[in-house]
Write a protein that binds this ligand. Structure first.
Ligand code: KG4
Ligand code: ZN
Length: 357
């Protein structure tokens, strides 16, 4: 049953290389449209901000219309059915964020709807709890909760005492986990994005950790991560190999690199669980799509007798506006609206907000 008091939100995310618009009610997604730019950026081996901006600009109106079309369409759908506009304010690429924010402001002013600002990381943290339009899966966030965000831009361990309350326990001091996988794939000539290719190659490796690359930062007792040294280790390792040798051992190299990244994530997550009593573990972000990482995260949660939750539908691993809509729903209940719409601006390095709840 949909709660009658639940407001309907139109959410926009243009933080990186997906143009996404969703329509949500509470945790339910009534519509979600994602236009991926992967094909545009693939040939450059990574996201090119100016191309991302242009692609967002070209598609944003279309994506908004398509999402509205899924809940009835017609010119007055926005006016009659939408209660608030949510948008990702950061972190992300400045000129990409700008496109979504401009659209949000325009819709807000034209249709007189409040704007709710969402931090992209809040979205990934809550992504395991997004539901389809029928309310599945029924799982609810249990607090306190430990959230792990592993994406192309972030590696974060976050403690939530309650809804919307964030304490960062650990994060990366340089490259993010997904970025490390992408850079390794680039060095190995495997294309972009690297995570999925490395996962596929790893499945066929005879020994998943044949080369046993260093596990960065595990001797430090803190919960910080660093993956750039691991990338350098791979660089020097490859320098000693001929292209034929590399090609002949590609599965072992890829899987050993993945094992080093994931071991580090697992060791630090276990440490965070030891130090903080929590009721559930949530894992979100592009890298959370990885089966091997999911199995390993599930296993450590089991050690602590708690459930581990991952994004329940494939599209929720990567960037999407549905997770932004869910967070906006929580903020809507607290009337956390943007007060000065004209002055509302993107924050490319937006840290997790300290809400006064
Ligand atoms: O969340 P996301 O789509 O975008 C950011 O907010 O960064 O994450 C993208 C990252 C990329 O680094 C990509 O290589 C990684 O997620 N990724 C994966 C897998 N699928 C995507 N990493 C490991 N295994 C996968 N199956
Ligand atoms: Zn993301």
């Amino acid at each position: 049953m949909i709660d009658k008091n639940e407001k309907t939100i139109l959410a926009i995310d243009t933080s990186c290389d997906e143009t996404s618009v969703a329509i949500t009610r509470g945790r339910r997604v009534m519509a979600n449209v994602i236009y991926s730019q992967i094909l545009i950026h693939k040939k450059w081996g990574g996201v090119v901000p100016s191309l991302a901006k242009r692609a967002h600009e070209e598609r944003i109106d279309l994506v908004v219309d398509e999402a509205l079309g899924k809940i009835g369409g017609g010119t007055d759908t926005l006016e009659k059915k939408i209660d608030a506009i949510a948008v990702t304010q950061g972190p992300g690429l400045a000129i990409a964020l700008e496109v979504g924010m401009k659209k949000a402001k325009q819709l807000s002013l034209t249709y007189k709807k409040p704007i709710i600002a969402v931090n992209h990381l809040e979205g990934h943290i809550y992504s395991p709890f997004v539901q389809n339009s029928k309310g599945n899966p029924a799982r609810v966030p249990e607090f306190p909760m430990l959230a792990v965000v592993v994406s192309g831009g972030h590696t974060e361990l976050v403690y939530l005492e309650k809804d919307l309350s964030y304490v960062i326990l650990g994060e990366t001091v340089d490259d993010a986990a997904g970025e490390a996988l992408d850079k390794a794939a680039k060095m190995l000539g495997l294309g972009y994005p690297g995570g999925p290719v490395i996962e596929t190659l790893s499945r066929n490796a005879m020994d998943m950790d044949y080369y046993h690359f260093p596990r960065p930062m595990i001797k430090n007792q803190d919960l910080m991560f660093s993956f750039s040294g691991l990338k350098t280790a791979l660089y020097y390792f490859l320098k000693k190999m001929s292209p034929e040798e590399t090609a002949g051992h590609i599965g072992e190299i890829a899987s050993s690199f993945q094992a080093a990244v994931f071991d580090t994530l697992i060791i630090k997550t276990r440490r965070a669980l030891k130090a903080n009593r929590v009721k559930c573990l949530s894992v979100g972000g592009g890298v959370a799509a990885n089966r091997n990482l999911r199995d390993r995260m599930r296993n450590i949660a089991k050690e602590f007798g708690i459930p581990a939750y991952f994004p329940p539908y494939k599209y929720l691993n990567g960037d999407n506006a549905a997770m932004i809509g869910l967070v906006a729903g929580l903020k809507e209940k607290r009337k956390m609206y943007v007060s000065e719409i004209e002055a509302f601006d993107r924050i490319p390095r937006y840290p997790l907000p300290k809400h006064s709840l």
